[in-house]
Design a binder for this molecule. Structure first.
Ligand code: SF4
Length: 372
């Protein structure tokens, strides 16, 4: 790799920035350097592909256009806007950070990396991205894309998921960052990783501005990099998911305010693979009278540390008399609402999306249950 300032400029920085100028994708959060928009997009992109993020980003910005709106948003609305993106603590942390920005900074984003990284949910990468893109600070933003590129470029032998690798990547990038365009430099690297030095399948080395100095390209060994130590296998949990409805409304359960999918509304479930007898018993335990039962598909949902393997059953129950949606059969954590309200107003974890097509359970569907 080039070492003196002029060589760095000629061999590394200029080719990358020229490539970025002509290849960067038009993305809604790149329209300006507004730190709020950059922040929202970066948090959303931590878990989801660019194309999938676009509609979420547009909807979120339309409804919560700045930090003050985010700080004041109701929790359920916030979770609804995030529904499908997963990792709901990220949006809760965003709200906590927004509250601090409003209270301590008068609604203006702090400009320095050091101040940004102290905000809830803003880590090293996001602080680097915001401070460099919006405020021209020379701070590298090292994510998985950047680590992949560097590991191939230099045939880096350490585990790229280690703290050491991140630290060394930051140290290697710091002297390369052009003072006048640190934000473009970071974005160019992210773009290169997302579109050329791709995570799945062969990198498009012929299009890469760093092809000449890349050791993986020279030695044709890109598939051996980045090095990653084996992850612990995810725990598998079986679940029987119940779509319980009376023909007009379905039963939802509000999850506890702490832990996995905190505060979200889910379809009730039974741990393990329950048979029809156990399901009918559970529905009666909830204070409802089951009439018919219907097998309603299977689904798998992968979290970072566990997998849910789910089997769904629709259960039609006798009409429930309700003045409001509150269902008192089994405590305040259960409500009965129409499928339309469920889709519009209640944040449902994406783990249950495979079953939402069965929400419209109607009289006459499924196998009859013998009354007790
Ligand atoms: S030359 Fe190929 S392997 Fe090397 S950084 Fe570029 S895309 Fe990645």
């Amino acid at each position: 790799m080039a070492t003196d300032k002029m060589e760095i400029e000629q061999d590394i920085v200029t080719p990358l920035l020229l490539w970025y100028e002509s290849h960067k994708r038009v993305l809604p959060w790149r329209e300006d350097k507004n730190p709020y928009r950059i922040w929202v997009s970066e948090i959303m992109l931590q878990q989801t592909r660019v194309e999938a993020v676009k509609p979420y980003f547009d909807r979120f910005i339309k409804e919560l256009p700045d930090v003050s709106h985010l700080a004041a948003a109701k929790e359920e609305r916030l979770l609804k806007l995030w529904e499908g993106l997963g990792y709901y603590n990220r949006v809760r942390n965003m709200q906590k950070a927004a509250e601090i920005i409003v209270e301590a900074y008068g609604g203006m984003f702090p400009k320095e990396y050091e101040a940004l990284i102290k905000l809830p949910g803003i880590g090293d990468y996001t602080a680097g991205a915001i401070s460099s893109i919006s405020f021209n600070e020379s701070v590298p933003a090292v994510d998985g894309n950047v680590l992949r590129i560097l590991s191939r470029l230099l045939l880096y032998e350490e585990d790229v998921l280690s703290l050491k690798a991140k630290k060394e990547a930051k140290e290697a990038l710091k002297p390369l960052m052009p003072e006048s365009r640190p934000g473009d430099f970071n974005q160019a690297l992210m773009e290169l990783g997302a579109t050329v030095c791709v995570p799945n399948g062969a990198p498009h080395c012929d299009e890469c501005p760093w092809k000449k100095m890349c050791l993986a390209h020279k030695e044709d060994c890109w598939q051996d990099y980045p090095k990653k130590s084996a992850k612990k296998p995810r725990k598998i949990e079986e679940k029987t998911v119940l779509i319980i409805g009376d023909g007009e409304r379905i039963l939802l359960h509000k999850r506890p305010s702490k832990g996995l999918l905190a505060g979200m509304y889910e379809l009730p479930s039974i741990d393990g693979c329950a048979d029809e007898t156990a399901i009918v018993e559970e529905v009666r335990r909830l204070g409802l009278s089951p009439l018919r039962i219907l097998q309603s598909g299977e689904a798998k949902h992968i979290f970072s540390h566990k997998e849910w393997h789910m089997k769904g059953y629709g259960v039609l129950v006798e009409p429930v008399e309700l003045e409001t949606g509150i269902f008192n059969g089994r405590g305040k954590d259960y409500i009965m609402v129409s499928p339309k309200e469920t889709k519009q107003d209640y944040p449902i974890p994406s783990a249950f999306f495979a079953f939402t097509q069965y929400l419209d359970i109607k009289p006459g569907m499924g196998k009859e249950i013998v009354k007790k």
